[in-house]
Design a protein around this ligand. Structure first.
Ligand code: FAD
Length: 555
């Protein structure tokens, strides 16, 4: 039988493996041998140029901030190597690397390391596994260059936490209402409790209620990316379809850039457990799936710009160009639009007041933690709403599920309907609609009406999950591309002769399967009219589109 200690030991060995002499000599072929003196700093925390060191004699140490204290992360001895996922992304590292003895090391640059990971599958596996486990450890032990000061009663805090988590960025969290010594920290940085969420970035820059874009800029998420050269493919959106396209395109040697207005994962990133995706019989959280796909895309060399939304498509000339929200413009030979859709909001005047403070559009472990032991409401009759209800019922006292239709049969998978029916904690209210929300800083009370009987009900409920259908993210296309009557993108055989004539389709051939009314511009996943609105179909379409991109590039 395997005991816990041996599992931990084998995990430690995977996180900090000792390479064989043969493996070290294969790495040496990609790097340069150096002697370093005791006390020499090989990498500063926050340094942009990612480099890996293999120790062949002596000892080096990595250390990082944990809250406001510098702590040792790992001691690297002969045969071991430094580095974590920033080696793949090119982002600034969070740890400092220092020689603690006179040492001999092999230094490998990021570009050489990427080529090694792709070509040498044995070393690629060892390095990738170690990098990923080390990042998980940094996150779990709250090592990192970011301290977030916030409050569970503050919507902005939840947003910042979600942004950092979905970007896999480690941070220390200090709660205004629970942790001691907060005042000293606030005084030190000349901020007050009224400024939360406060992000202290690399111990220097203090951001008050920052936007996601400001956080990405402060942490240098996009600094290593060249936005100016013409890419084979620019993928807009890093949900499942965009990430799949990125993995396939980059692994097939295309020069790929992904633009993501928020963080990787898309809608799936807010799913607590995806159970119908092939190969995961026990289910997988959307965040984990996205994190794996993101690392996989980077392994093959895809680059991903975070918190950089596409604002407009310049479609009148080639190469096409995508204007970003910050005013920059990215040129592209082909484009894959994977911008998905967003949940419909309820038409209640004060809804925005409670978003993140009792009103949520996703149900992950983070939200479940906030409403444990309380009554909650889930609005919506689709699979996402069904999953949220089943998931929240594990920790909530009671889940009221409100749907406008007469039942769930037309909109939800049978397996979920059965689980909802069998769950004594879920109370399904059909033909029901929310009429008002009340509360001051946080949602406190919700009223709804049964449209069949006219009966009103009001309950003291502090948590409302809205999952009521989707609106496509196509506003930025601005007349460049044919859309259907609901604003989803028309592709391939769905484009009528009239659509093509209106778009002045210039080619003798008809549009390819996932091609839009603009040659070389494809649409995949939820943003595409007629798509299935499932993770598997989004991933499938993202990968199929890459085969068609190749065809267009060869035309
Ligand atoms: C809570 C929840 C649970 C779900 N559970 C399941 C499930 O169990 N099984 C299943 O099969 N399906 C599930 N779904 C549906 C599934 O998540 C979607 O079908 C899938 O995510 C669609 O992927 P996508 O890449 O097409 O779009 P999305 O996931 O919507 O991703 C689009 C991405 O594009 C970005 N974006 C938007 N506009 C721009 C712009 N202008 N510039 C740059 N980036 C932009 C967005 O920020 C987003 O990251 C669930 C959905 C939700 C919300």
């Amino acid at each position: 039988m395997t005991d816990k200690t041996s599992i931990e030991t084998s995990r430690d060995q995977e996180m900090f493996p000792t390479l064989t002499a043969a493996q070290i000599s294969r790495i040496a072929a990609h790097g340069r041998v150096r002697h370093v003196e005791e006390g020499e700093v090989l990498i500063e925390a926050g340094e942009q140029t990612a480099r890996l060191f293999v120790v062949t004699a002596g000892q080096i140490e990595t250390s990082a901030m944990s809250g406001t204290v510098q702590k040792t992360v790992a001691v690297i001895q002969p045969g071991m190597f430094t580095g974590e996922v920033t080696m793949l992304s090119g982002r600034r590292g969070v740890a400092q690397t220092t020689a603690t003895e006179p040492s001999d090391v092999i230094e490998v640059d990021r570009a050489d390391l990427l080529s090694l990971v792709q070509k040498d599958s044995e070393l690629g596996d060892i390095l990738m596994r170690a990098f990923i486990l080390r990042r998980v450890m940094l996150i779990a032990r709250q090592f990192g260059d970011v301290v977030l000061v916030g409050s569970i009663h503050c919507a902005g805090t939840l947003r910042v936490k979600e942004f950092l988590t979905r970007n896999g960025h480690p941070y220390s969290y200090i709660d205004l209402d629970r942790d001691d010594g907060v005042q000293e920290l606030l005084d030190h940085f000349h901020v007050s409790a009224a400024d939360v969420p406060i992000l202290i970035c690399r111990g220097k820059v203090v951001l008050r209620d920052p936007t996601n874009e400001e956080i990405a800029a402060c942490l240098g998420f996009n600094d290593a990316i060249d936005q100016t050269h013409i890419r084979d493919a620019v993928i807009v959106g890093a949900g499942p379809s965009g990430l799949a396209a990125a993995v396939y395109a980059a692994s097939e040697g295309l020069d790929v850039l992904v633009l993501e207005s928020n963080a990787p994962g898309g809608q799936a990133g807010s799913s607590s457990r995806i159970e119908n995706y092939l190969g995961f019989p026990l289910g997988i959280s959307g965040q984990e799936l996205a994190a794996r796909a993101y690392t996989q895309a980077q392994k093959f060399g895809a680059e991903l710009m975070i918190a950089k939304g596409a604002k407009q498509l310049a479609c009148e000339r080639k190469p096409y160009a995508i204007a970003l929200e910050d005013g920059a413009s990215v040129p592209a030979r082909t484009i894959i639009i994977a911008t998905g859709a967003e949940y419909r909001k309820l038409s209640l005047d004060n809804l925005y007041q409670f978003e993140g403070a009792g009103v949520y559009y996703g149900a992950t472990a983070m939200e479940a933690q906030l409403c444990g032991g309380e009554d909650v409401i889930v609005v919506g009759g689709g699979n996402a709403a069904g999953q949220a209800a089943v998931f929240l019922a594990q920790t909530a006292k009671r889940v009221y599920m409100l749907v406008r239709s007469q039942g769930l049969a037309d909109s939800m998978s049978r397996y979920l309907i059965r689980r909802i029916e069998d769950n004594p904690r879920i109370d399904l209210r059909s033909q029901s609609e929310i009429t008002s929300l009340e509360g001051s800083n946080h949602l406190e009370r919700v009223s709804w009406r049964n449209n069949a009987t006219g009966e009103m009900e009001t309950r003291d409920i502090r948590h409302l999950f809205i999952m009521a259908g989707a609106i496509p993210n196509t506003h930025w296309l601005d007349g460049c591309i044919a859309l259907d009557m609901n604003g989803f993108i028309k592709t391939g055989p769905d484009l009528s002769t009239e659509d093509l004539a209106a778009a002045q389709w210039p080619l003798a051939r008809a549009p390819h399967l996932l091609e839009t009314s603009l040659p070389g511009v494809f649409a995949v996943g939820d943003v595409r009219g007629g798509s299935l609105k499932r993770v598997a179909s989004a991933v499938g379409e993202g990968s199929i589109a890459v085969a068609l991109v190749h065809r267009v590039l060869h035309e």
